[in-house]
Design a protein around this ligand. Structure first.
Ligand code: GLC
Length: 684
């Protein structure tokens, strides 16, 4: 868990300078907003802040930092709990009640400041993707180009749609009844069927974790357990990754507004100029988390304002970059469209720009030799040192899904066609690399055991110079005869053989693994139930690092002692991803078994963040209680099990086009092409 330092080392430059630089002008140049004025606000240098300002809505002097709201002294606008605003609902055919998705007005006000993001757009289009395209141009598959050409008329339609949308937003603004939006009600699941006591309690907790910004729900805090003797650290913040299961529970329950608000507000935070010790990380970076602060309004007695205060890792322990945040954002954006049927959100120009900025960061050329994403330690759910720097599986699986989501969502036009080509090329190379080099089963381990080393040639079998001695002693006894898994990481002369649950489950869900491999992963979980599930689903990784290995790899981290926290602890939040994978693979009975196990203890133990020991016998040493993603993970699992048809909106089948799309340019020498070699091996 990351903590904020007392003195921040990062700050947001006042927007006037941003505007002058043209770097973030899209955020603050608010073409949609009329009759406004702007208040120049001096920010403490230690904070990045976004103000909610509802009195007026334009910034003619270009000094505004965002939006500011005048709030009464009862702080009506900030209500950290029970803040589900009352909305009309209609039932849909499948029994899931649908919310009216166009009621979020304030969020629209805030988010549309980005709508005409010319400067950002042109930066993205001019440079990186052009470069990507030119570099890989000889590899471009005509099929892709053809598709783009066919889709060219989309451009015109898209512009029309955006115009319509903007008119709609302005209408919304005029008609807004802000008071009504800030009213909240606590209700349970609106899905049909019996709701158990455990589920009732879970819904209560989930709604109690909702955070409001200017009267609108924008996310859920990580944990609502803040005992007086315990520092909240940053558990009182909305984490991007933690919000995903909350978002799904709400979406599946017909409540889309909170998710839409979350997507739009985090989108705004994305483009903020951020600085750590005078260095600015990439523009598309999404924060790990954000907090809504309610502060007294300068010079206005008794009035308060809501402030969004993001953490891009500049306050986090170890200053870890949240690489997964942007990937989760894209995945959630697609889920929002799929579940609500409201595709206007992903079609918006500002949202399209957000997708491109994230992809820009991920697809930029570096020194990498592999199609996998190169990241530092702690850049995902495991957000502290655990020896997962390099090319960790979790990031690769999320990257693959985010690429697939983006390809579905990107509006294809002249300015995006190169990006679409780059996405297709990367998808193809990435899936090949992962399936070929990360997969281990009995047969593969035996091959590695007999590897020759020091092979200098393009045709080497042992491409990464893996020394057979690296095969850990636990593995030979552990690997079942049937089944296998994707290893945690692959680097030169280094295979991390640990089993990482999230990465493996997400590979199944996204079809990063082949269908055979996915079967193998599910078989392995079943076979190794006592190790990976035991008394509480599911172990974050297996096995734990112990003794000298623990000391060297974690740096002697007292929170990550063997079989605790990230080092072999059990995380109930992983239940929803397990359920999704099980439903996809037709193994629903496994998911039911896991949910039953979890149900026995979660309520009694007060929804812990994680469990400790080899068999998950104890509530984690430093685990928070009332951990929101534990609650939401459980709820999402139960909803999916009751409505398995909805699960198919959240997973992907094999993409045969990607499989065929080899980008290596060795069409005339197929035997040299690894894809070709792999295909013919499969055929034998
Ligand atoms: C811990 C987890 C991280 C999570 C955060 C908030 O730091 O490692 O994945 O996002 O807590 O719950």
């Amino acid at each position: 868990m990351n903590t904020r330092g007392c003195l921040g080392i990062s700050y947001m430059k006042p927007s006037c300078s941003i505007l002058t630089l043209g770097r973030s002008s899209s955020i603050f140049g608010c073409p949609l907003l009329k009759h406004g004025r702007c208040i120049k606000y001096n920010l403490p240098k230690s904070q990045l802040q976004l103000y909610c300002w509802m009195e007026t809505n334009c910034c003619p002097d270009k000094n505004a930092l965002g939006f500011r709201s005048a709030i009464d002294s009862h702080r009506r606008v900030f209500c950290g709990s029970g803040s589900n605003s009352g909305r009309a609902r209609v039932s849909s055919a499948n029994g899931v009640k649908k919310t009216n998705f166009f009621t979020s007005v304030i969020a629209n006000v805030a988010s549309n400041t980005r709508n005409h993001s010319d400067s950002v757009e042109s930066r993205v289009n001019e440079n990186s993707f052009e470069k990507l395209y030119i570099q890989g141009s000889f590899n471009v598959k005509p099929l892709v180009i053809k598709k783009i050409e066919e889709g060219q008329d989309l451009l015109g339609k898209d512009e029309e749609k955006n115009k319509e949308y903007k008119v709609q937003v302005n209408e919304d603004l005029k008609n807004a009844n802000i008071d009504q939006l800030s009213k909240s009600e606590v209700s349970e699941s609106t899905l049909g069927g019996d709701v158990s006591e455990v589920e009732k309690e879970a819904w209560k907790l989930l709604r109690g974790a909702v955070v409001n910004y200017c009267g609108n729900p924008v996310g859920t805090i990580a944990s609502t357990d803040h005992p007086a003797d315990n520092q909240p650290l940053n558990y009182d913040q909305v984490f991007i990754r933690d919000f995903v299961p909350s978002a799904l529970a709400f979406l599946l329950n017909g409540e889309g507004e909170i998710v839409k608000n979350f997507l739009l507000h985090t989108l705004q935070l994305q483009s903020w100029e951020k600085t750590v010790d005078c260095y600015s990380p990439g523009q598309g970076l999404m924060p790990a988390s954000f907090k809504v602060r309610t502060l007294p309004l300068d010079g206005r007695d008794g009035e308060f304002e809501d402030v969004l205060d993001p953490d891009f890792g500049e306050s986090a322990i170890g200053r870890v970059a949240p690489v997964d945040s942007g990937l989760w954002w894209i995945i959630l954006l697609r889920a929002y469209g799929k579940i609500t049927g409201d595709y206007t959100l992903q079609e918006r120009v500002d949202v399209q720009t957000g997708i491109k900025l994230i992809l820009n960061l991920c697809l930029t050329d570096g020194f990498d030799m592999f199609p996998t994403l190169l990241v530092t330690d702690g850049s995902c759910m495991i957000d502290r040192r655990m020896g997962i720097h390099g090319h960790p599986l979790e990031i690769q699986a999320l990257f693959y899904s985010a690429l697939r989501c983006s390809r579905e969502m990107l509006t294809v036009n002249e300015s995006t066609k190169n990006l679409v080509v780059a996405i297709n090329n990367r998808l193809s190379a990435l899936s090949f690399h992962m399936r070929e080099y990360y997969w281990v089963d009995m047969k593969k381990i035996n091959e590695i055991y007999r590897y020759k080393t020091e092979e200098y040639s393009a045709e080497a079998t042992n491409k990464f110079n893996i020394y057979p001695d690296q095969i850990p002693s636990w593995l030979a006894d552990w690997i079942p005869d049937t089944g296998g898994y994707l290893i945690g990481n692959l680097q030169p002369s280094h295979m991390d053989f640990r089993f990482f649950t999230l990465g493996n489950l997400w590979s199944v869900i996204s079809s990063l693994s082949t269908s055979e491999q996915s079967e193998g992963i599910m078989n392995l979980v079943e076979e190794k139930w006592d190790d990976l599930v035991a008394q509480m689903p599911l172990k974050i990784c297996y096995p734990a690092l112990e003794h000298e290995e623990w000391r060297i790899i974690t740096g002697g981290d007292p929170k990550n002692t063997p079989w605790s926290y990230h080092n072999g602890g059990s995380w109930p939040t992983l239940l929803w991803q397990f359920t999704l994978a099980c439903i996809k693979m037709g193994r629903t009975e496994l998911a039911r078994k896991a949910v039953k196990l979890a149900e026995k203890r979660l309520l009694v133990d007060d929804w812990p963040e994680y469990y400790d020991t080899k068999h998950a016998s104890f509530v984690g040493k430093q685990a928070r209680l009332k951990q929101t993603w534990t609650v939401a993970g459980y709820l999402t699992s139960t909803i999916l099990l009751d409505n398995p048809e909805l699960a198919s909106l959240l997973f992907w089948e094999e993409d045969y086009e990607v499989l065929e799309n080899c980008v290596c340019g060795l069409k005339n020498e197929p035997r040299k092409c690894s894809h070709f070699a792999a295909r013919s091996r499969t055929a034998v």
